[in-house]
Each structure stands twice: as C-alpha cells, then as structure tokens.
Ligand binder design. Structure first.
Ligand code: GLP
Length: 248
C-alpha cells in the first residue's frame, strides 16, 4: 500500500483528484468506481474545476457507484444517484447512460443485486475504485459482519451508520434502514483502489484497517490484501496508523 499524507481535507481532495485526473488522461475510456459521503465532495469539486478549465474529458468515461439507499428514488435529494448528479455528473461531459448506481426503488433485493452484478460484469474491470471509509470501517455499505460478501447485496445498516448519516436527513427516522452495496469481492477486483480519509475521528479506524488483522469485523482491512491500494489521508486521520507502524 502506498500512503500519501495530506495536510488537510482540501489538500487530500486535490491529491486524490490528481490521481483520478491522471487515470482519465492516460486512459480516456476509464471505468471509474465512485463513492459518496462527505469524503469525496472536495475531490469531485476539483474534477469539475479541471473539466471546466479544459483539462479533463469525461466523454468516454464509464462509472459504477458503490451503493444506494434502498427505498430512495434518484430524484430524492438524499439518494446517492442525486448526490452523484449534483456533485459531478451534471457538471462534466460524462454520458449519463454510462453512469451506473444501484436502483434504490427496486423492492426485490435479489433481482436488483443480480442486475447490478450483471452491470459490473458488462462494464468490465474497474480501473480505479474510489473509497471512503465509515467510522466502523465499512466500505461502500459493507458493514462489519462475520464474513466478506462477494457480490452486490442488500444490507441492514448498522446503528452507528444510521447515526453517522442522520446529519443529511431531517430526522433519524428518515434515514433508510437498508441499502444495496457492491460486495467486497467486486471492490477487490478493481485494478487500483484509492482510499480517501480525513479527520481525527477516523484515526483509530484507519489504524485498525491498515495495521490490524484482516477481518470482516473491520471490512476495510481486506484492502491489505489488494496489490494496488493508495491511501490519501490527512495528518489527523493518519496519526494513529503512523504510531502503529512505528511500533511494528
Ligand atoms: C457512507 C457511504 C460510504 C462512505 C461512508 C463514509 O456510509 N456508504 O461509501 O465511505 O459513508 O462517509 P463520510 O465520507 O461522509 O465520512
């Protein structure tokens, strides 16, 4: 794993945007695995600026998103489809037909998971998968559990995730209790993985994920087994990991 230390959130966003920009520049028809949450907002802003400056062309890019709340339509301003449109897709020249997000409105979980796995098979290997990390070490919506899920599945969100994400909703009751997420197996198939983390409140989980045992109890720990992971994190988020690595 390569670790790139950033000063703060802005610096993390720029450094991560450099990596995604290089990917698109070197391979115009890249398949990007994309993420939502607060972590990538600054990165998407940088990508939009670079597109507006004429430095990036998204016309041949395909994207697959990690996850979506079950029960929310793409028009709902808390859905991840809405997030992607408003933070990135509406502002660059990507072909929306080539942007894929699980369908939160499909009530039949089995059908939606099979459909999304087929989408992933059809788009081919993800060139670079962007990941944020939840406070409990979740990636996408792969919550801590007894085993690593391979393919797309419907998850019951952990109470800590509901609490962490309630800031985006009017009340905690409005936070959906379930979500569709790409599986760990699919995430691990990406050619490269770019993890972005910021803030002192994630320092402990970053250390557990990257210097602790590989366990489904900390889903992000599986990334230790991937051959091409870049972690771009600010000093605050890296503080515990650096201490642990110094002790090794
Ligand atoms: C959500 C998303 C994850 C994201 C995580 C962290 O639960 N499903 O993909 O990584 O939140 O979010 P944030 O970046 O806001 O801390």
């Amino acid at each position: 794993m390569r670790i790139i230390e950033a000063v703060d959130y802005e610096d993390m966003s720029r450094k991560a945007a450099n990596i995604i920009s290089a990917q698109i520049t070197l391979k115009s028809d890249s398949v990007l695995g994309l993420a939502t949450g607060s972590s990538p907002v600054g990165l998407y802003k940088c990508l939009v600026e670079r597109y507006q400056n004429g430095d990036l062309d998204f016309s041949q890019v395909t994207s697959v998103n990690l996850d979506e709340y079950k029960g929310l339509s793409g028009d709902n301003d808390q859905s991840y489809r809405y997030f992607m449109n408003s933070h990135l897709f509406d502002h660059v020249n990507i072909d929306k037909i080539q942007t894929f997000v699980p369908n939160g409105l499909e009530a039949d979980s089995r059908q939606e998971c099979e459909r999304y796995d087929q989408v992933l098979a059809d788009v081919g290997r993800v060139d670079i998968q962007l990941l944020g990390m939840g406070h409990n070490g979740h990636i996408g919506f792969n919550e801590p559990g007894d085993f690593f899920h391979m393919g797309t599945h419907c998850v019951d969100l952990a109470q800590s995730t509901i609490e962490a994400n309630k800031r985006f909703f009017a009340t905690e009751e409005d936070v959906p209790r379930q979500a569709y997420t790409m599986g760990i197996g699919s995430i691990m198939q990406a050619a490269g993985i770019l993890v972005i983390v910021s803030g002192a409140e994630k320092a402990g989980i970053v250390a557990e994920a990257f210097a602790g045992p590989v366990t489904p109890r900390v889903p992000a720990s599986v990334l230790q087994l991937h051959h091409n992971v870049i972690l771009v994190a600010d000093q605050a988020a890296l503080s515990e990991l650096k201490k642990r690595m110094a002790d090794l």
